[in-house]
Design a protein around this ligand. Structure first.
Ligand code: NI
Length: 255
């Protein structure tokens, strides 16, 4: 069954039909979901979801756009929640110089602080990096020297050259709806280059719906479109894509 490695079901976009949607996933081939926390007020919601649904796991962390509401207490809360038996990763954390909601120094400070929790708690990490290729890579290389656990660069949006650096570090690339976009050529090149054993499927729901649902609210039910596109690019079967990416996710998240 398909492993959804990155969705935000705590988002208000799902307030109207969250139970119905999540309740229908397994019968429609989505076996496991990692709900990824992004904002400080999503921490408790993520815990609630993973306690309510047997197939939902959680990533605990605060997105770079949201680190303005971080302080020592929130950091402590992240560390405590990361010990929950269904918390499988620290994330999403990283750098976003596209929206530039917070200063680069503030973003780096909380990125590193949350990576330190991942190191201490021996958890994989889920990285968000947008228009910040150089600083993310530099930070990752410094932190790898401190013997980090594995992780995924989610919604990978950079070149093959940058992909190679992360793949060489043994990290995974998260690939989602952009793969199906007519202007997704760069990501198609990365998908062709990266070994399937280092790719995770994701939607980033409610964002980034694949073609043919582009522009609408996204959900894990759209993952087959992404898996089919990846199968075409790799010249393998849909089932191979689903099986191998599920194995990859289980290995990374220890499930
Ligand atoms: Ni996300």
């Amino acid at each position: 069954m398909i492993f959804e490695s990155h969705a935000h079901y705590d988002d208000e976009a799902f307030d109207g039909d969250r139970e119905e949607l999540l309740g229908s996933l397994r019968e429609r081939g989505i076996g496991t979901v990692v709900n990824v926390c992004a904002a400080v007020d999503g921490l408790d919601d993520t815990v609630r979801l993973m306690e309510q649904y047997p197939f939902v796991y959680g990533a605990i962390g605060v997105h770079p756009d949201e680190v303005g509401s971080m302080d020592a207490q929130v950091l402590e809360k992240i560390q405590t929640l990361s010990r929950h038996p269904k918390a499988v990763a620290i994330g999403e954390i990283g750098l976003d110089y596209h929206w530039d909601t917070e200063s680069h120094d503030t973003q780096k400070k909380w990125f590193c602080a949350q990576m330190e929790i991942a190191r201490q708690e021996k958890k994989p990490f889920i990285i968000h990096s947008r228009d910040a290729a150089e600083d993310t890579l530099r930070t990752m290389k410094e932190l790898r020297a401190g013997d980090m656990y594995g992780g995924v660069i989610h919604c990978f949006s950079y070149s093959v050259e940058i992909a190679r650096e992360y793949l060489d570090m043994g990290l995974y690339l998260g690939i989602g709806g952009v793969l199906t976009f007519p202007n997704g050529k760069k990501l198609k090149e990365v998908a062709a280059y990266a070994p399937l054993e280092q790719i995770l499927l994701e939607t980033d729901s409610p964002y980034l719906s694949p073609v043919p649902n582009r522009g609408k609210r996204n959900s894990s039910l759209n993952l087959p479109y992404i898996a089919k596109e990846l199968a075409n690019i790799k010249g393998i079967t849909y089932d191979q894509v689903v099986d191998i990416t599920e194995n990859n996710a289980r290995k990374l998240f220890g499930l």
